[in-house]
Design a protein around this ligand. Structure first.
Ligand code: NDP
Length: 327
């Protein structure tokens, strides 16, 4: 068996990407082989495609941190040929060959069976970003949502776009922060009632507390944005910290925690255990409007990815990018 894959190689610390035909014998170890149908482009994929952060240590390497497809063969009793599955996280696409290929071989423990009604395309239109957004919304609900709209930062990006839709579908008033005013209509179509200019949340924090503006926050940006958001949370509210698109520093004070009981919640989609992982996919299946999902999605082929990597790191990609690995 041979299959097409986007193969990364590294020479003199420069990473190059090329679509190649690969022999099945080169697949990594694992007890389930999947005929991959779709993968996606995530922020971390942009880093891996650019060789940034040394996330990949061994080349040649197939990137792609998530995929959905159909089981081709399985040595594990939990899966049989023909089962539709989704995989996100577990360092697949980093420490293990990933989804930018027509075949993947993985550990059965890493796979989730797709709920009935969620296609492999839908699963990847959501992908790691959508799964992360779902974990974030669940975390806010579990820990407390206060008075005021729930804010999504980095709203025009992947995590942000799905978060705006999920929050709205779950019945919350949503505020969306973006640096791209031209995406305002798009964000309103996903359910945002208020659009906030990213610059408003980007200035260095002046005061430890501001007005009680937001009842919750799904934050994909980190840095100064997160520090500003913390000062504007209402009493008993929660912030789900998902990302670092705006920096990994956090210059804040203890005051929002002491005087407003704000909860700062870390979201990790990579090592999330099986039960909450499966529950998140079930809830995504219930909540997501398929037409809105399609409206936030662009589809590309394996050959387009090398050029798109720098764009997602520059914050220039809108919504979700699905990779049709057979296209
Ligand atoms: P995207 O690039 O699609 O979205 C990020 C968005 O952040 C951009 O679209 C932009 O939104 C905003 N942004 C970019 N640069 C800056 C900046 N310098 N200052 C302020 N805002 C900025 O990426 P994803 O949505 O895929 O991922 C977002 C973050 O979440 C990443 O850091 C990623 O690593 C992380 N992540 C974490 C996961 C976890 O398990 N915790 C899982 C998945 C992702 P706008 O134009 O609207 O301002």
């Amino acid at each position: 068996m041979t299959f097409r894959a986007l193969m990364l190689n590294e020479q003199d610390r420069t990473v190059t990407a090329e679509v190649q035909t690969v022999d099945g014998s080169e697949l990594p170890q694992g007890n389930v082989t999947v005929a991959v149908e779709y993968s996606t482009l995530n922020y971390k994929d942009g880093m891996i495609l650019g060789g940034i952060g040394r996330l990949v240590r061994t080349y040649p390497h197939v990137p792609g941190i998530d995929f959905a497809g159909v089981v081709e063969s399985s040595d594990d009793s939990r899966f049989a040929a023909g089962d539709r599955v989704v995989l996100t996280g577990w360092r697949v696409g980093e420490a293990h060959w990933g989804g930018y290929a027509e075949r993947a071989r993985v550990d059965a423990d890493w796979l989730v069976r797709l709920p009935d009604g969620l296609s492999t395309f839908d699963a990847m239109a959501l992908g790691t970003a959508g799964f992360t957004s779902m974990l974030a919304v669940k975390a806010l609900e579990d820990h407390g949502i206060g008075t005021g709209p729930v804010l999504a930062t980095g709203a025009a990006g992947g995590v942000g776009s799905v978060a705006v839709h999920l929050l709205s579908a779950a019945g919350y008033a949503v505020a969306a922060s973006t640096g791209r005013p031209q995406t305002a209509d798009y964000l309103r179509s996903l359910g945002a009632g208020e659009i906030i200019d990213r610059a408003e949340l980007s200035e260095p924090v002046q005061r430890p507390l501001g007005s009680e503006r937001f009842g919750g926050c799904v934050d994909a940006v980190g840095g100064t944005t997160l520090a500003n958001v913390l000062t504007q949370m209402s009493y008993g509210s929660s912030v789900a910290a998902c990302g670092l698109a705006g920096g990994n520093g956090l210059d804040t004070t203890v005051i929002p925690f002491l005087l407003r009981g704000v909860n700062l919640l870390g979201i990790d989609s990579v090592m999330c255990p099986f039960a909450p992982r499966q529950a998140a996919w079930e809830r995504l299946n219930e909540l997501v409007d398929r037409d809105l999902l399609a409206s936030m999605t662009t589809t590309v082929g394996l050959g387009d990815l090398a050029a798109l990597g720098p764009k997602i790191l520059a914050g220039e990609v809108q919504g979700r990018t699905v990779v049709n690995v057979r296209g």
